[in-house]
Write a protein that binds this ligand. Sequence first.
Ligand SMILES: Cc1cc2nc3c(=O)[nH]c(=O)nc-3n(C[C@H](O)[C@H](O)[C@H](O)COP(=O)(O)OP(=O)(O)OC[C@H]3O[C@@H](n4cnc5c(N)ncnc54)[C@H](O)[C@@H]3O)c2cc1C
Length: 490
Amino acid sequence: MADTALVRFHTDLRVHDNGALARTVDADRVLPVYCFDPREFEQSEYGPAKTGPYRARFLRESVRDLRESLRDLGGDLAVRHGEPESVIPDLAAEHGADRVCFETKPATEEYAVEGALVDALGERGIAAERTWGKTLYHIEDLPTGVDEIDDTFTPWREEIEREATVRDTRPMPDAIRTPDVEPGEIPTLADLGIEASDGDGASDAGDPDGIGEPDDRAVLDFRGGETAGLARLEEYVWERDRLREYKETRNGLLGADYSSKFSPWLALGCLSPRRVHQVVERYERERVANDSTYWLVFELFWRDYMTFQFEKHGGAFFTPTGIRDVHKDWRRDEQGFGRWAAGETGVPFVDANMRELNATGYMSNRGRQNVASFLADVLRIDWRLGAAHFEAKLLDYDVCSNWGNWAYQAGVGNDSRDDYFDVLSQGERYDPDGEYVRHWLPELGGLPAEAAREPWRLTEDQQAAYGVVLGEDYPEPMVDVERAYGRLRG
Ligand SMILES: Cc1cc2nc3c(=O)[nH]c(=O)nc-3n(C[C@H](O)[C@H](O)[C@H](O)COP(=O)(O)OP(=O)(O)OC[C@H]3O[C@@H](n4cnc5c(N)ncnc54)[C@H](O)[C@@H]3O)c2cc1C
């Protein structure tokens, strides 16, 4: 009897270096499936939707691109909308599949779904083959097992650099033979229950996703899919030759190339971290090896670390006290949180970053650290609300990187120093000309740099002269920031 393997794609939306797909190279027939799980589009317990319109669109584009790549290989992608643990066993049985291969997604809710899937397959006598593929280092190659890994990044990084190696990328199949299957439509945003609203910075401009044209102030026109992800890798590294200066530019705020912008493609698995690593190594051989080329890989270590930390601590990352059981008096302040989330705090460096996130689904790493610290350290509002807002908005949302970094910033995660970011001095350092705040806060466009960063220092006469009246054109600061930092400095 012909060997038929079903491949469940989830956050590995690529044909290059795909472990689950590579396992099926010897199968007579391969049935690739992507299942839109309605639970991933529901409201989270904190209020916002788990997936907002920008990431949903990026996902749809990625699934469409995967389907095209599989069709180019002679196969197809079956797309379904339903719970994977019921849809996939049914499809597997219908097509006589004897095994289902999938890359595991290491996180609590995802593990619950995968567990239910494995059980349902078992009941039908269908084998489940789970592969590990998210990280640069394979989980089985870690010198110390995840349960024992250090909760501090540096010793862990030093250990893997000393003792572990990155595996080669997995071969891509030359051809795929897919059984005759109803391909299924890729659900629209409306099918997924996602409504674009003005609050998302996106109006219905008549496009199929109903979220309008991308904001032309965005750092990049992010398009989902392996094709676009590989093109960005090629562009950033080879065409624009920016890897050689990554370490010097990575704290930037404006423009496409201050950092790689690989994150949305890495998060959905359109790009494999091993492929990125391979390209960096080739660049080092062919062009230059320096601190910058090393630093991009160093950041991928952070990505790995957050994932392995999740594997170790699991659900503790979602608790207010985090993985270190740190008790802080977190406030619930709906109105205050609403101002932070909308970019209406009256503190321009915070607001500019939040408006960028809300309008585009992206925010720089420097921005993320600052707005997270402002919420947790200055406003003392429950950091999990901030993490949930990011979850809805970010194009590159990854459960481990998001909740892990938020917990870190809130002082309940993998950093025991409990440092805060002073958004005033950070703004001065990283936006010395006020260009970034004026880019995202056009109402402050007429102000000189210092006043654009700290408009509350303007006298009434100056406000009138510049045509920016606080409380009318731009909010008064919701807290006395200078006093707040004075308190934090002790
Ligand atoms: C509060 C907060 C929330 C975050 N949420 C996410 C998230 O949901 N998804 C996400 O991918 N990153 C998250 N990050 C990490 C980081 O901000 C982004 O990965 C980065 O800004 C993406 O831009 P880039 O691809 O140009 O990064 P680059 O600077 O070019 O870095 C290259 C890659 O390294 C990885 N990386 C870099 N920094 C980190 C980090 N601190 N932690 C984990 N991986 C990292 C990313 O995959 C990134 O694409 C968060 C950081 C903070 C402070």
